[in-house]
Design a protein around this ligand. Sequence first.
Ligand code: BES
Ligand code: MN
Ligand code: ZN
Length: 503
Amino acid sequence: MTLEFRLATGAADAVDTPCAVVGVFQGGPLPPAAAAIDAASGGVLKRLADSGDLRGKARSSLWLYHLAGVKAERVLVVGLGDQANFGAAQFSLAAQTAAQQLARAPLAAATTWLGELDVAGRDAPWRARVLALAFDHAAYRFKLVGKGKQSSTPKLARLDIVADAAAQAGLDQAAGIAKGVEFARELGNLPPNICTPAYLAERARQLAEAHEGVTLDVLEPEKMRELGMGALLAVGSGSMHPPRLIVLRWQGGGDAKPHALVGKGVTFDSGGINIKPSPGMEEMKFDMCGGAGVLGTFLAAVELKLPLNLVCVVPSAENMPGGESYRPSDVLTTLSGLTVEVLNTDAEGRLILCDALSYVQRFEPQTIIDVATLTGACVVALGKHASGLMSADDELAGQLLAAGEDAMDRAWRLPLWDDYQSALESGNADVANIGGKYGGAITAGCFLSRFTEGYRWAHLDIAGTAWGEGRKALATGRPVGLLTQYLIGKAGAGDQGPGTGNK
Ligand code: BES
Ligand code: MN
Ligand code: ZN
């Protein structure tokens, strides 16, 4: 269940709430909500500022309880950093800081005044949407499998956002996006013995049945063989869980050509015969996060009833070593007719994607965007903050970058110049499935480009952004925010134009 959020009114000192969330700048004047609490409490915030307990630094926060003169049971004061430096990224960070604090507190409801803060170039619906999604994200709990694993502290269930009525449009968008993000995270977090290709197909079937206007087609291996999807079949051949190709369609836009989303759905990537090293292999349950991301985006678009047509394709397979596995030096015939020499079975994502990218062309899409946890090289290049964006289409790339800035789910573009293509030369087939030592994220993108010729296409490598770090890492739900924002722009509803700043 996603968080419930609604608009509210009232002064920060006068609203009866379990928790009032307000912000303060570092060394700056108190914003109106903080000033109201300060005045009502006889100057508590100013005294705390003077003593150095309340400094207003970004990422910091301070809990205050039962302040005399203030109706709220608790006040959470969040640091906003320097006022001069306060922009979209800083607002978003303050929202996350507050949300993380609240998620750890025994609270079912809270009220925030952060939505009243001015953010250059952003309006009230944007601020409300960012707040709602940040709090929803932090309130998410993965339902752990096991005895005694359910948490007993109450979970934040409702957030009141103080803002003027115009902000409602942002909250309406947030409600749909939150559902898509939650769906993507839930699928990503599931263990790979449960989340198999057939399981993903089953969840897509439930999604289709629950929403009018959605149709589903699931291709099984027999059909793949008939069509000639030699690459997807090869990747799945070593697993006891046979591959699926999931095809969801949403007809919200009459007879317009659809936008196509394609997502890598490798439910576990052991590397195959080129087996991965042991440390960290468990993270490869997240290797279906591209698929989960496009399914989540699809759900968000349907929940928002966007007036456009969408086709969402998820090739799903498990990459395992075994007697029936594909092997290095195999030559595969793909659905496109191009042959691929397998030089590494661990470069499997591009193989399942190439057949899906060819398949989706039968729907005559106006654009194709694929999403994949494709390369470790992308994580080396960009870390875990930006997704890698590759496209030969400057306009499409620009729109996706802008949507990422708007949604605070950012991507950074890498070049797809022809110079890189020669790395994929093969002595035994039309193309090899790996490049050389360098530029691994880009050569992977180049491989995909061979299968999208003549189409407006972009590739998002989410290897760094799809999940967090460490033993307790969770799927992030990225890039559902970016992609849904992009589609909202396409639908012409609530498009806020290009974002600003790269801080
Ligand atoms: N799923 C991995 C990429 C990956 C690695 C994502 C680490 C997130 C974290 C992908 O299938 C893979 O194994 N890629 C190889 C490609 C190489 C063999 C050319 C890689 O990145 O090492
Ligand atoms: Mn791999
Ligand atoms: Zn993989």
